[in-house]
Design a protein around this ligand. Structure first.
Ligand SMILES: [Zn+2]
Length: 275
């Protein structure tokens, strides 16, 4: 009988230990706990039935976006940031739910990751966007129209609903909007530094539905043209993805660092976290 009791106690203790470690693990998202306040939400574009653009070699944008997002997350976590993904597998999430997710998780930054596509296979390079009611140019409008081809559609200039217009006009008065342009610059410059010769298509503004309503600096990255056979290969390769992901992560870290040097940030009302 005594042996039975001891064994039961042992099993109970082991169970409790497992239960507690399992539970503790569930709360730790970042790997370092020293600075748990800085939250980055990474949004891999598309997913599920929404494949995004498809390259000439059959690579789907949704796969590239997820692989890149996971690698960016890994890089940021190893630098001590807390990272949450809007999706970590192949599923569809409505565009408006993605920023809502960032807002409800108190994100300090939101970055939506995509790959570009054009009718011409020669089109190449990277471009980085932040939200505005007016697109920078016809090309920026086209990109937004493609990416918005999901619920909450913005079709073309002049057709936007007045609700969306109000949201965007409101947005222009917020710190988050101003900081979005700085975040876009930081990430774009870092991507250029690591790029392997693609065209610098610049930082642009356009009415992206996925960025509407974000209360923190929010950008959308077009990490290369999946419609360009050479860039498609690079976007699909592990090496190419690591390079792009590292450049995005370093851009984010550079942006974060610029605030730690004393620049003010009024976007989320949060104070910049200090050591
Ligand atoms: Zn996309």
């Amino acid at each position: 009988m005594g042996g039975m009791v001891r064994r039961t106690s042992f099993i109970l203790a082991a169970f409790l230990l497992l239960a507690f470690t399992g539970r503790a693990g569930a709360f730790v998202v970042g790997e370092h706990q020293a600075e748990p306040d800085y939250v980055v939400v990474i949004d891999p574009g598309h997913g599920g039935d929404d494949t995004g653009a498809i390259g000439p070699g059959g690579i789907e944008e949704k796969e590239v976006a997820l692989s890149l997002a996971l690698k960016v997350a890994e890089a940021l976590k190893s630098s001590g940031l807390k990272v949450i993904l809007t999706r970590a597998d192949d599923r569809f999430i409505p565009l408006e739910d993605r920023t809502a997710f960032a807002n409800s998780n108190g994100a300090d930054l939101f970055i939506s990751i995509h790959a570009n596509a054009a009718a011409s296979r020669d089109a190449n390079g990277i471009e980085t966007f932040f939200l505005n009611f007016e697109a920078t140019d016809e090309d920026a409008r086209r990109v937004a129209a493609f990416e918005n081809n999901a619920p909450l559609v913005v079709k073309r200039a002049g057709e936007e609903s007045s609700d969306l217009k109000d949201i965007l006009l409101d947005l222009e008065n917020t710190g988050a909007h101003h900081e979005s342009s700085r975040l876009a610059e930081a990430v774009h410059l870092s991507m250029l530094k690591y790029s392997t010769g693609g065209e610098n298509r610049g930082v642009k503004q356009a009415p992206f539905a996925v960025l509407v309503g974000a209360t923190m600096p929010a950008i959308l990255v077009e990490s290369g043209f999946i419609s360009n056979p050479g860039e498609e290969k690079r976007l699909a390769s592990d090496k190419g993805q690591h390079r792009i992901a590292r450049s995005i992560a370093e851009g984010i870290l550079g942006f974060k660092k610029s605030f730690e040097k004393g620049d003010s940030f009024v976007g989320t009302g949060k104070k910049t976290s200090k050591n």
